[in-house]
Ligand binder design. Structure first.
Ligand code: GRF
Length: 219
């Protein structure tokens, strides 16, 4: 029996992406174990989701720390005893410093609600709507020392309809986030992801490198 992938999930808000991971684990679709959920926001409903599923969870409020380094040192201190394989940023709204990233090389992934490198930063869904794009989407990528940069693992394309509001578009993107984040974790758990420069490949059974996962836009 291969060991389950041990993951930590960092959150800040409602935790619907966390829930998508919990659900896929519960349904036997994702062979992973969430060892701890950490939120920088003590009010995050994501913490309640963790509690309901008996997952260890805690708030580390960034406002309680004099510096980002001190805040991140506390995160590491609470993370490290779990010896996780992968850290998943699921709606985590704090920028992590290069020093923190270097501590966990290619072991941090993030979900962003746009087709990076388009629309980095906050309110990416609204940025896309304001711009008038015909398609946007979401991205799961390895976190590197930039902000919303790093090798892209999976993207999913989402159409923008004329009658869309920022909210209806965000909802459509979020449904795709809930699909590709667990899929990226599954790929990571399979040990088939290979990063070469800025590109992520998937190794097939014979060790050949396949192009990254392409997700057809939803019907
Ligand atoms: C999602 O769109 C996520 O990409 C963004 O915040 C939204 C809510 O995430 N960062 P969640 O429900 O807290 O997972």
């Amino acid at each position: 029996m291969t060991d389950l992938l041990k993951i930590a999930v960092l959150v800040s808000g409602s935790g619907s992406n966390l829930q998508s991971i919990i659900d896929q684990i519960d349904q036997g679709l994702l062979r992973a174990s969430i060892k701890v959920v950490i939120s920088n926001n003590p009010q995050a409903f994501a913490l309640e989701r963790a509690r309901r599923h008996g997952i260890p969870h805690l708030a580390i409020n960034h406002l309680d720390f004099a510096s980002r380094v001190d805040f991140e040192a506390e995160i590491s201190a609470r993370l490290n005893p779990h010896a996780v394989d992968l850290i998943v940023l699921a709606g985590f709204m704090r920028v992590l410093s290069p020093g923190f990233i270097r501590t966990y090389p290619q072991r941090i992934i993030n979900i962003h609600p746009a087709l990076l490198p388009s629309f980095p930063g906050v309110n990416a869904q609204r940025q896309a709507w304001d711009y008038g794009v015909k398609f946007t989407g979401c991205t799961v990528h390895f976190v590197d020392e930039g902000v919303d940069t790093g090798p892209i693992i999976i993207q999913s394309v989402v159409p923008v309809y004329d009658g869309d509001s920022p909210e209806s578009l965000s909802d459509r993107i979020l449904r795709e986030e809930h699909r590709i984040l667990p899929q990226a974790i599954r790929l990571y758990a399979s040990k088939k992801l290979v990063v070469q420069g800025s590109r992520v490949y998937i190794k097939d059974g014979k060790g050949h490198l396949l192009p990254s996962v392409q997700n057809p836009p939803p019907a």
